[in-house]
Design a binder for this molecule. Structure first.
Ligand code: HEM
Length: 416
């Protein structure tokens, strides 16, 4: 569903709107057009926002925390007020020096060894989903809605120690925050239906019923301290909210886009089956070519000398950081528009760059690899179900991936 109240775009260079369905469907073509004509686009919408599309500009802004603040990371009609340097979802909305403290707290839980422990859970989840998907013998299935979306939801619910059934709520919260940013404000929905309420209740419940010795992430954050002081409730709920938002749509999109790609490339499907060693490169290449996440910054308060690729910008302007556009820049990657599954040199920006680089990258890579591996074992041959490109629906907003992906199954295998 899209916010239809925003008028259609007349010119992507001077009036862009990344929340429009045309952007969702044709973002790579729009970035290419801008790269050739106007690599730093502007819009008066959202109170003024910039959209650089060159790798060089996107990376420079992500690294420049002095001029560009993370106080707001989702562009909408409202600007956050007085939230720096902690922000509402630490560490992604935090600026230095607080950012480092909040980030270090989370790093151990997402280290490679910790994530290895979750691989069997992710694999079993994929197998269960495929069992359900293939149970009734349908020859067309929705790979986004019936498969990809459930993998990260179930894994993150287990990591937080909340019921997997809460996944439906997670998807509603995410839709409001990412797909229709700025919606769901006071008066629009009951407080009991908000992410804030869910998080407050989850923390209250865990405090009332502690789980000593459990390594779930809510318990971990409740028991953690910063210089001997327990975390504030706002910090705990903000970080849990971040893990739900950052961990689900992103990976769902990456798995969905990868299956969308493979559905159209029999040669790539064969390559993965005949040479499983390619998978580790394929994961990186699919992340480069179909990077789902665009972040944002706000030109920091009091800054008078910021510029993007030579364009002066003013304090409190929004700036989008389209990492996916940077990944398709021919100045940065040879044959940038081609998917080369075994690409060797691949320093893509799918997980960002600089101090905010994704903490969940090990988890995301594992879920993407396992999601494709298990699908390919059971469904080695498949194609897009319809010739009509509109049958595939892409999400709107700052996380891009297929939300409806009808796939025709051409051959399936029984469980080994
Ligand atoms: C394919 C999947 C994913 C992609 C493409 C992705 C992408 C990104 C990007 C681009 C950033 C940088 C944000 C910025 O510069 O402002 C980021 C940060 C972050 N991501 Fe991910 N992400 C993915 C999955 C995950 C998962 C599964 C988790 C955890 C459950 C996660 C947790 C985080 C956190 C906590 C940060 C903030 C780091 C900081 O501010 O220091 N991400 N992610």
């Amino acid at each position: 569903m899209t916010d239809t109240t925003r008028p259609p775009v007349t010119d992507w260079a001077t009036d862009f709107d990344h929340t429009r369905p045309e952007y969702a469907e044709s973002a790579p073509e729009i970035w290419e057009q801008l790269r050739n004509e106007c690599p730093v686009a502007h819009t008066d919408r959202f109170g003024g926002a910039w959209l650089p599309v060159r790798h060089e500009d996107v990376a420079a802004i992500a690294r420049d925390t002095e001029h560009f603040s993370s106080e707001g990371v989702i562009v909408n009609d409202f600007r956050p007020v007085d939230l720096a340097p902690i922000g509402y979802a630490p560490p992604i909305t935090s600026d230095p020096p607080f950012h480092q403290v909040a980030r270090r707290l989370l790093l151990p839980a997402f280290a490679p060894k910790q994530i290895d422990r979750w691989e069997p859970v992710a694999r079993a989840t994929c197998q269960e989903l495929l069992d359900e998907l293939l149970a009734d013998g349908a020859d067309v299935v929705d790979a986004a809605a019936q498969y990809a979306q459930h993998i990260p939801v179930r894994v993150i619910a287990d990591m937080l120690g909340v019921p997997r059934e809460d996944g439906d709520k997670f998807r509603t919260f995410i839709h409001r925050i990412l797909e229709v940013p700025g919606s769901g404000g006071p008066g629009e929905i009951e407080y009991e239906d908000t992410l804030d309420y869910y998080l407050d209740e989850a923390v209250k419940e865990r405090r009332a019923n502690p789980r000593p010795g459990s390594d779930d992430l809510i318990t971990y954050l409740i028991e953690a301290d910063l210089d001997g002081e327990p975390l504030t409730d706002d910090h705990i709920t903000g970080t849990i909210g971040l893990l739900i938002i950052a961990g689900i749509d992103t990976t769902w999109s990456a798995i969905g886009s990868s299956l969308w790609h493979l559905a159209q490339r029999p040669d790539h499907r064969r390559q993965l089956v005949e040479d499983p060693d390619v998978m580790v490169f394929a994961v990186e290449e699919l992340l480069r070519a179909y990077a789902p996440v665009t972040m944002a910054r706000i030109v920091a308060e009091g800054v008078t000398d910021a510029e993007i690729g030579g364009c002066p910008v003013k304090e409190r302007d929004w700036v989008l950081l389209p990492f996916p556009a940077a990944n398709l820049d021919p100045e940065a990657f040879e044959d940038a528009d081609q998917v080369i599954l075994d690409r060797q040199r691949n320093r893509h920006l799918a997980f960002g760059v600089g101090i905010h680089r994704c903490i969940g990258s090990n988890l995301a890579r594992m879920e993407l690899r396992v999601g494709i591996e298990e699908w390919m074992k059971r469904i080695p041959d498949f194609e897009l179900a319809a010739d009509d490109p509109d049958a595939v629906r892409w999400s709107t907003g700052q996380v891009r991936g297929p939300r409806e992906l009808p796939i025709r199954l051409l051959s399936t295998n029984e469980v080994a």
